[in-house]
Write a protein that binds this ligand. Structure first.
Ligand SMILES: NC(=O)c1ccc[n+]([C@@H]2O[C@H](COP(=O)([O-])OP(=O)(O)OC[C@H]3O[C@@H](n4cnc5c(N)ncnc54)[C@H](OP(=O)(O)O)[C@@H]3O)[C@@H](O)[C@H]2O)c1
Length: 349
């Protein structure tokens, strides 16, 4: 298809765990030939590999705000999957999309936030019953302004309200599973998530599965493939002619398909290590303050990642046709291969 007729898409986070999984799906669409995808990439080696898939690349960082603004101004759709907390980045994207609007297009922003926005501290001691519903904007608006990701999300909603961009914000929870795509096979995409692999590395280092406090705090979980599917469902819905898919204030889409107490994840890690002779007990033990610093970087980070409460329900995501396939059982079953992967990275297997 001639370049002038193609849909210009700017992709941020193409080499990441989530972003690579989304990009691989975009490239596999039957209409992929009608898309002109440009990825902003930090590494020249990764850029070369992405180009082999027909992706145009620009070398640079999201901190290069002039570059970002200019790229956004040339895009009908922006996938923002690099950083959910960088305010100058989002302001640059929005400035670019405002310019795009002035040229007659009505552009689309699909941005990645996270259910970290719902977090309340518990130090692992108790669950919290409050569940945020993505079909309830008034409830989401009760979140504190200083909540994680909120400063970026609020700027996005305001831009939609001003009418120059349609915005869709995806909020994944604790994503699990080792990504397996054409981009991981090519060595260009990070295949690993954050929370469960960090818990596993900590357990291997102390030779014992662990948890924060009593492990009583609760999060949602979702498989990386299901998360990536949600981006594609939303992309199709948002780009459909005459789309009425909710956006802006109503454009929050949670990605979750399971709920766990962190004790259950700690228990599974402890069991896997114990079965392999790598852990002392099949029951998780509580991380000391010193261990949280050692294995998670700080007490605060450990408490946030695997000791806090964060609960939401993906009613709006399901209402637009998202059908997640993986369940809590899959999350628990994903831990043994994750342990294998960490051991392999550490050169122990
Ligand atoms: N994983 C989860 O469970 C989860 C859940 C909810 C929300 N999130 C959020 O979703 C976002 C993506 O997460 P992820 O797990 O996919 O992380 P990831 O695997 O580390 O991927 C991040 C992507 O963004 C790119 N990137 C980061 N900083 C950049 C910069 N300054 N300039 C240009 N590119 C940059 C990375 O490029 P390089 O290849 O150069 O590093 C990579 O492509 C993050 O904001 C994360 O907090 C993640």
């Amino acid at each position: 298809m001639p370049a002038a007729l193609k849909t210009p898409i700017l992709f941020l986070g193409a080499t990441g765990y989530i972003g690579g999984s989304v990009l691989a799906r975009l490239l596999a669409r039957p209409d992929a030939d009608s898309l002109e995808i440009t990825a902003l990439v930090r590494s020249e080696a990764k850029a070369r590999k992405l180009e082999a898939f027909g992706v145009k690349t620009v070398l640079g960082s999201i901190q290069d705000t002039d570059v970002l603004e200019n790229l956004a101004s040339q895009s009908h759709v922006v996938f923002s999957i690099a950083d959910c907390d960088d305010v100058p980045q989002i302001e640059a994207i929005l400035r670019g999309l405002k310019t795009r609007r002035a040229s007659g297009d009505y552009p689309i922003l699909i941005h990645t936030s996270g259910t970290g926005v719902f977090v309340t501290e518990a130090k692992g001691m108790y669950p919290r019953e409050l569940v945020y519903d993505d079909t309830d904007p008034a409830q989401i608006e009760t979140l504190p302004l200083e909540a994680q990701h909120r400063p970026v999300d609020l700027r996005i909603v305001q831009a939609d309200k001003e009418g120059y961009v349609r915005t869709y914000i995806i909020l994944p929870c604790a994503i699990y599973g080792i990504a397996s795509t054409v981009l991981t096979a090519a060595g260009v995409q990070n295949p690993y998530s954050v929370q469960i692999p960090t818990l596993i590395r900590a357990a291997l280092a102390r030779k014992q599965g662990g948890m924060v406090g009593r492990g009583a705090a609760v999060w949602n979980n979702v498989h990386v493939d299901d998360v990536a599917d949600l981006y594609l469902v939303l992309y199709s819905a948002a780009t459909a002619p005459g789309s009425t898919t909710p956006h802006g204030r109503e454009g929050f889409y949670i990605a979750e398909n399971g709920t766990h107490a962190w004790s259950a994840v700690g228990k599974q890690v402890a069991q896997v290590l114990y079965d392999r002779g790598l852990g002392g007990s099949p029951e998780p033990t509580t991380f000391s303050a010193r261990e949280l610093v050692e294995h998670f970087g700080s007490e605060e980070t450990g408490n946030f990642l695997v000791g806090s409460n964060s609960r939401g329900v993906a009613n709006r995501s399901r209402a637009v046709g998202w059908k997640p396939r993986y369940t809590n059982e899959d999350m628990l079953a994903s831990i043994a291969p994750e342990v294998e992967a960490v051991l392999k990275q550490q050169g122990s297997r």
